[in-house]
Design a protein around this ligand. Structure first.
Ligand SMILES: C[S@@+](CC[C@H](N)C(=O)[O-])C[C@H]1O[C@@H](n2cnc3c(N)ncnc32)[C@H](O)[C@@H]1O
Length: 295
């Protein structure tokens, strides 16, 4: 039996109080996800290049949201390949299906499913991808194991997740640090992991994956969409949860948001995203037991 690397699958990571996805649904969330798709497209495409997505592959995007990456994968695998976008939000799945028809992309399909409750996963994919999904589930090791079960032997597993531990601005601002604390604590208490990015390589090893590699990036800027990233993380939905769980009251949340907004509007400050970790690895081929050897 493979020895556990320790840390990633210990009680700490598997002991959530709740298991709720708190980032909302509907049109507002659609706009937020569209923005994620647009601004993270170059780094995601670079990851797909690095790992190698070839025509003819069967790919799965878990927690596909509006399907942006699923459509990019569909273009890359071409007509001989196929892509499945899986999400537990029926609105996202319906939008994906409509877009596939409107854009005439026949090799992408959208499945409504919750990765936490997929049982008996079949190894039907050459590549399983997910972005900002393992950050938001209470049992990431379990979700990863299900995703591995959906991979064919020698298939590739890819995940992109955040790591809030290195999130900073310059000059430093107490309200910004407090905002990081609030969103981190909200994520922890609702069953998520704000620093899951840093743990991904160990989770991948514990899932039995080999050739595990990682790449880290962080966008910081003086002006632009990345500078305001905190505002798209501390969303109204999340603010409600922060107040409901008693992490901070509404007055404090408003003050924090107002101070962070002023810092963003100041052209002399830099701010940006948390660290993003891209991690990938391969599912080992089953050992050759010799039974198929010729005589
Ligand atoms: C932060 S969004 C990221 C969407 C997309 N991957 C992207 O990067 O643009 C997370 C997505 O995962 C979905 N999701 C969350 N928990 C899930 C679960 N347990 N099973 C399937 N989908 C899930 C949500 O509905 C949402 O669409």
């Amino acid at each position: 039996m493979a020895e556990k690397t320790g840390g990633a699958t210990d009680a700490g990571i598997e002991a959530p109080q709740l298991d709720i996805y708190t980032l909302g649904e509907g049109a507002v969330e659609r706009r937020r996800l569209d923005r994620i798709t647009e601004i993270f497209r170059p780094t995601t495409l670079a990851l797909l290049d690095r790992v190698g997505v070839r025509p003819g592959m069967a790919c799965l995007d878990v927690g596909c949201g509006t399907g942006g990456v699923a459509f990019d994968l569909a273009r890359r695998v071409g007509p001989e390949g196929r892509v499945v976008g899986l999400d537990m939000d029926d609105l996202r799945i319906e939008e994906g299906r409509r877009e596939a028809v409107a854009e005439a992309v026949p090799n992408v399909e959208f499945r409504l499913a919750d990765i936490r409750t997929v049982s008996d996963p079949a190894p039907e994919f050459d590549l399983v991808y997910s972005r900002l999904l393992l950050d938001n589930v209470a049992h990431p090791a379990r979700a990863l194991s299900t995703m591995c079960g959906m991979l064919k032997p020698d298939g590739k597993l890819l995940a992109e997740c955040t790591d809030y531990s290195g999130w900073y601005c310059y000059p430093g601002l107490a309200a910004f640090d407090r905002a990081v604390e609030l969103v981190s604590e909200e994520r922890r208490r609702t069953g998520g992991f704000p620093d899951i990015g840093a743990r991904l390589p160990v989770l991948f090893l514990d899932a039995g994956l080999t050739d595990v590699r990682m790449h880290i990036f962080q966008h910081m800027e003086l002006a632009g969409v990345f500078k305001a990233w905190m505002l798209s993380t501390l969303t109204p939905d999340r603010a409600k949860w922060i107040a409901t769980l008693g992490i901070a009251d509404e007055v404090e949340i408003e003050q924090v948001l107002a101070e962070v907004t002023r810092h963003i509007e100041n052209p002399g400050t830099t701010m940006g995203t948390p660290r993003f970790v891209q991690c990938w690895g391969s599912k080992p081929k089953p050992p050759n037991d010799g039974s198929q050897r010729g005589g």
